[in-house]
Ligand binder design. Sequence first.
Ligand SMILES: NC(=O)c1ccc[n+]([C@@H]2O[C@H](COP(=O)([O-])OP(=O)(O)OC[C@H]3O[C@@H](n4cnc5c(N)ncnc54)[C@H](O)[C@@H]3O)[C@@H](O)[C@H]2O)c1
Length: 247
Amino acid sequence: MQEKKPALELEGKVALISGGARGIGAAIATLFETRGARVVVADISFSEERHERGRLFLPLDVSQPGAWAQTVASTLRVFGRLDILVNSAGIFTVAAIKDETPERFMRMAQINQLGVFLGMQAVLEALQASGGGSIVNLSSAAGLTGTPRTIGYSATKWAVRGMTKVAALEFAPFNIRVNSIHPAAVATPMLGDMAANAGKSTPIGRVALPEEVAELALFLASDASRYSTGSEFVCDGGLTAGSALQG
Ligand SMILES: NC(=O)c1ccc[n+]([C@@H]2O[C@H](COP(=O)([O-])OP(=O)(O)OC[C@H]3O[C@@H](n4cnc5c(N)ncnc54)[C@H](O)[C@@H]3O)[C@@H](O)[C@H]2O)c1
């Protein structure tokens, strides 16, 4: 008798990961490949297209609509299909409300918020052509609660959470699921030196590793999560569970 395929794998699927050059996106790319996916990493830090050891690297500024169209076209040219989009590209600045500038606020909105909308819009037709798919958006614990000194960043991460639900409702008829991931502090270049201290305030007492967030992304990208859409998946060491009274 033929063995049933495990649901938590990506055999035969093509995954496009924005911001995949480093940090959480890079960990997701590596894990997805080990589970059978063909992976496209698209990042502003790449200057040209490369196809190396089965992985496609594409230059992409997620805030540019034309650039997304080119990224999807290159993916289809090389791999012939697209099944998964992970919107991981993002930027983060720390500033109190009194100090935040309109320029920084709008730059975060363009990349973290507009970029996610443009990505979901750009892949729709390709996912439909594949018979469905999964979109995973990186929001944050800052998209679930208030976090001081992150007015611009938090605004974008709440927006990602909301846009995820809108897309989930619009795309469900096409068998496309859309969910958001909400990590707290993750040890990546985004946090740099802040990571060690940030981890201390979580009940688990440490920061997450990017590989731990990648495990959640794998679940959401794979058929193991086939009945989940429009939902928030938290990976925060207990940070948003509440605060214990100190006795
Ligand atoms: N690290 C954390 O503590 C943490 C916590 C919660 C949520 N997140 C979210 O997870 C995602 C990934 O974060 P990370 O920690 O891996 O960050 P990172 O800074 O390590 O990596 C981000 C990647 O995005 C790319 N990028 C930036 N602007 C871009 C643009 N305009 N177009 C395309 N690519 C662009 C960068 O070149 C980089 O490779 C982000 O959306 C972030 O907000 C991170």
